[in-house]
Design a protein around this ligand. Structure first.
Ligand code: ATP
Length: 446
């Protein structure tokens, strides 16, 4: 649907996110903790819906995928085998005057962007968080918080093959927390030190990897579009050869046009057989695959679509925000603006709001019974405070696709009004048909 805004003002989004309970600064009463964020009552629902949409699309709806939920703490040898101990670092420089630290590859000049002071030589700073397992803090007990969920999938490859009897090509999907001690976190939830990833490792026969890479790039790109991100705000960017990670043969990033510029939502990499080979070597266990058809044993190649839950949630939230001038002449003259979030109906934190016309005792029992009916079926909210116009605005602002209004006629004819957030059209429906119609709208979006 046509929009008034290309992209929103970040200050408005920050304030709306806090005011309505989407995202709060973590440990705010203690002054916050560097770039960590908490999802409030609405944010947690939005983020949960993003994860559900991803899980359904890449795991449930596909015959060639299964799921996994591996531990955050893994054997330290995992990170030696994966190359993270050696390679997972960014070049760090420090300002000699103000002692602020920066990633030298993100600076356009050779001086401090804050105070123009001179900078130290760059040194490699490993981004993995370290901690200790058990009661004794010794180097032997040192473990890492995983910087990606992928390795939990690779080390379970033989377990999954044995347990499921899956044949190539097939993949394993996982959603979970990852931690990186980023040198310069920022831009709200875009770059944080604790975040969630949604990753697929898709195992294929070597030689078919390029075809599969393109098929995953295509389907992952279309997923963002199908859940409401405007095509003009998305682009694909292929990595230059000198930019490829140590394990990758080819990589495409899906980027979103954030208010501060283009930024990565998801990377889709051809990881070759690097990880399986390395874990095979380092663990002494076999991670190769026996192909029944060709009677050969080999290491599968791996296509990895790796996305960030927080970045996707932020992009869906930003892209849905709009400010519309009101429809009626009177309201236009008053310069009224309707703030509306056009979140996809399946992502919106609240799917249906039940709004009695007024807080009248006669309406209350019917309104409550409509609400009970709705909340058994949908994420629902009941709101009877203030004027109905204000309550519609409140729901528009948080992206609720459907509002059900109970009025005095309802008491006579058992019908309610259903209002559509985007068109603001209203239709009257019998209460007996309500859940069926709403389910149908939710599924087919008419
Ligand atoms: P960037 O170049 O932005 O640091 P990356 O290429 O290091 O990202 P990957 O290692 O490919 O990221 O991780 C896969 C996905 O995990 C990214 O596309 C992103 O959505 C998410 N992600 C990575 N780092 C962060 C972070 N610090 N905060 C939030 N999400 C992140």
């Amino acid at each position: 649907m046509p929009r008034s805004l290309d992209y929103p003002d970040m200050d408005k989004i920050l304030s709306l996110s806090k005011r309505r309970g989407f995202i709060f600064q973590s440990s705010e009463i203690y002054g916050g903790l560097g770039s960590t964020w908490d999802y409030g009552p609405l944010g947690v629902e939005l983020k949960r819906h993003v994860k559900e949409a991803w899980w359904k699309s890449v795991v449930v709806d596909r015959d060639d995928m299964v799921g996994l939920d591996s531990a955050i703490l893994m054997h330290p040898r995992v990170w030696e085998a994966s190359g993270h101990v050696e390679n997972f670092s960014d070049p760090l420089v420090e300002c000699r005057s103000c002692h602020r630290r920066f990633r030298s590859d993100q600076l356009s000049e050779d001086k401090c962007p804050e105070c123009e002071g001179t900078l130290t030589e760059a040194r490699n700073f490993n981004l993995m968080f370290r901690t200790y397992m058990g009661p004794v803090e010794e180097t032997g007990q040192e473990v890492f918080l995983r910087p990606e969920t992928a390795q939990g999938i690779f080390v379970n490859f033989p377990n999954v093959v044995n347990a499921t009897r899956k044949k190539l090509p097939f993949g394993i999907g996982q959603i979970g927390k990852a931690f990186r001690n980023e040198i310069t976190p920022g831009n709200f939830t875009f770059r944080t030190r604790e975040f969630e990833q949604m990753e697929v490792e898709f195992f294929v026969k070597p030689g078919t990897d390029e075809e599969w890479l393109h098929s995953w790039v295509q389907s992952r790109f279309e997923w963002y579009v199908s859940f409401g991100i405007r095509r003009q705000n998305l682009r694909l960017r292929r990595h230059d050869p000198d930019e490829l990670a140590h394990y990758a043969k080819d990589t495409y990033d899906i980027e979103y046009r954030f208010p501060w510029g283009w930024g990565e939502l998801e990377g889709i990499a051809d990881r070759t057989d690097f990880d399986l080979q390395r874990h095979d070597q380092f663990s002494g266990e076999s991670l190769s695959y026996f192909d029944d058809e060709s009677k050969e044993r080999y290491f599968p190649y791996v296509i990895e679509p790796s996305g960030g839950v927080d970045r996707a949630t932020l992009a869906f939230w930003l892209d849905s925000y709009d400010e519309e001038s009101e429809q009626s002449t009177e309201e236009k003259q008053q310069g009224n603006i309707r703030v509306v979030s056009h979140l996809h109906r399946k992502l919106a934190p609240i799917t249906v709001a039940v709004l009695p016309l007024s807080r009248n005792e006669r309406l209350n029992p019917t309104s409550r019974s409509v609400y009970d009916l709705i909340r058994r079926n949908f994420n629902a909210q009941f709101d009877d405070a203030q004027s109905i116009g204000r309550r519609y605005r409140r729901q528009d602002e948080i992206g609720t696709p459907y509002c059900v209004t109970v009025d005095f006629d309802t008491l006579e004819d058992n019908q309610v009004t259903v209002r559509d957030r985007d068109t603001m059209n209203q239709v009257r429906l019998p209460i007996s048909k309500l859940t069926e119609v709403l389910h149908d709208k939710l599924e087919h979006g008419w």
